[in-house]
Design a protein around this ligand. Structure first.
Ligand code: ZN
Length: 413
């Protein structure tokens, strides 16, 4: 009998995972290290153990489960994440984890032992919603996080990442023992939803990711002076919100006109103080997110944005200070793995396109220590980070089949 990925098993997994963090409006909130996220991890760990994986949990809570190979060689790793943004969906990240789990079960059904071990990893805190920094788990696994950073990152309630990890039952003090290097991993594959409209538009079930854009992010504080909105003449104001408004439009203009063709930039939040009708706003805090697949184009945009902030401050007599929250490097994924994925897709008569990823993923960190491939499946309506996020099970199954065959191929190398 020929064993392949089973749709019924995958559907059951998605339904079970949906217990954790589901909202009345149809969305999901499993913010990193929240009770919902921790419960989902517990569920996953049990599933991984049921599938026979040897599971270890590292200092930041990454759940790693290995299926031994015939030889004691570096494994092929498959991974993604279970955490979500607030009011997100049940597909971003989960697709890659549940498909990886299904692949292990298919190999068990086949009683197939690959030459290399295969490892499934659920990365912690992929979404930046809580600590302002994305892909915390894969950063830790690739040696990009240290104890000092764990103690300096805080959430909006003032909890440090370090304390959050301790409270979640992990051992952040062991962070230095949680990283892998090039000789520990043979290859890494991630299956993920596209989170954009391109595949649906092209009626194509598979996207093979050639490169991943990376963000540079700023938290900006604009300080002016709060004044009476009736008694302060226009020429004598230091209105932080009009300065912020000029910055918002300027950021849009820089991304559209001045930087590269793929540059995108967003001001995602504005907090206006005191935020009342009859007071000239004295303080605005805002967040700028700039992304590109080209490092030089991104740097160009970053330079233009910082120059703009200096100009606005001088022109309007405001004080503008900013803190760089992250400055990640865009990555080109492995050509060798791309060739492998293309070969496997053709063998399966799957149509595919090659495309860049505008969103960051754990795969980009893994690319610093191993050869990485990434597969996209369509997002209905291009919608993600939204309660309406949805991917069709038939598309997920096509992606899982590609991931299965590509994994086996790499695990026999
Ligand atoms: Zn994701």
């Amino acid at each position: 009998m020929y064993f392949c990925c089973r749709r019924d098993r995958l559907e059951k997994d998605f339904a079970e995972l949906a217990q954790f963090g589901s909202l009345e409006n149809g969305g999901f909130t499993r913010v990193a290290y929240s009770l919902e996220d921790l419960a989902a991890r517990g569920w996953l760990q049990e599933k991984m153990e049921d599938a026979g994986l040897q599971v270890v949990v590292d200092a930041v809570g990454n759940i790693r489960g290995q299926r031994p190979g015939q030889e004691d060689l570096p494994p092929v790793m498959l991974g993604s994440h279970l955490d979500t943004v607030p009011e997100g969906g049940n597909y971003d990240g989960s697709v890659g984890i549940l498909a990886a789990l299904e692949i292990i079960r298919v190999l068990n059904d086949r009683e197939q032992v690959t030459k290399r071990p295969i490892e499934v990893v659920n990365f912690s805190a992929e979404e930046s919603s809580r600590f302002g920094v994305a892909t915390i788990g894969s950063k830790a696994l690739t040696g990009k996080l240290d104890l000092k950073t764990l103690k300096s990152l805080t959430d909006s309630d003032g909890f440090t990442l370090y304390d959050t990890l301790r409270e979640s039952g992990y051992h952040p003090e062991n962070i230095q023992y949680s990283s892998l290097s090039r000789e520990n991993v043979h290859a890494f594959l991630e299956l993920h939803i596209e989170q954009g409209p391109v595949l649906e538009e092209k009626e194509c079930p598979i996207g093979l990711v050639s490169s991943i854009a990376a963000p540079t992010r700023f938290n900006v504080v604009i300080s002016g002076r709060s004044d009476h909105s009736g008694n302060t003449p226009m020429a004598m104001r230091k209105d932080a919100l009009v300065g912020a408004s000029e910055l918002v439009l300027g950021v849009e203009n820089i991304a559209t006109e001045a930087a590269g063709k793929d540059t995108v930039a967003t001001v995602g939040y504005l907090k206006v103080s005191p935020g009342v009708m009859n007071v000239v706003p004295g303080r605005v805090e805002l967040g700028i997110d700039i992304r590109d697949i080209s490092c030089s184009d991104k740097n160009k945009a970053v330079k233009a944005v910082t120059e703009l902030m200096t100009q606005i401050a001088a022109k309007r007599g405001l004080d503008i200070s900013w803190k760089k929250l992250c400055d990640d490097t865009p990555v080109e994924l492995s050509k060798r793995i791309m060739t492998s994925l293309e070969t496997v897709a053709k063998q399966n008569n799957m149509s595919f396109i090659k495309m860049p990823s505008g969103a960051g993923h754990d795969a980009m960190n893994m690319a610093s220590i191993t050869d990485v491939g990434m597969i996209f499946v369509p997002s209905v309506g291009g919608v993600s980070h939204n309660i309406k996020e949805y991917s069709r099970m038939e598309d997920i199954c096509i992606g899982a089949k590609l991931l299965l065959d590509a994994t086996v191929r790499l695990a026999e190398e």
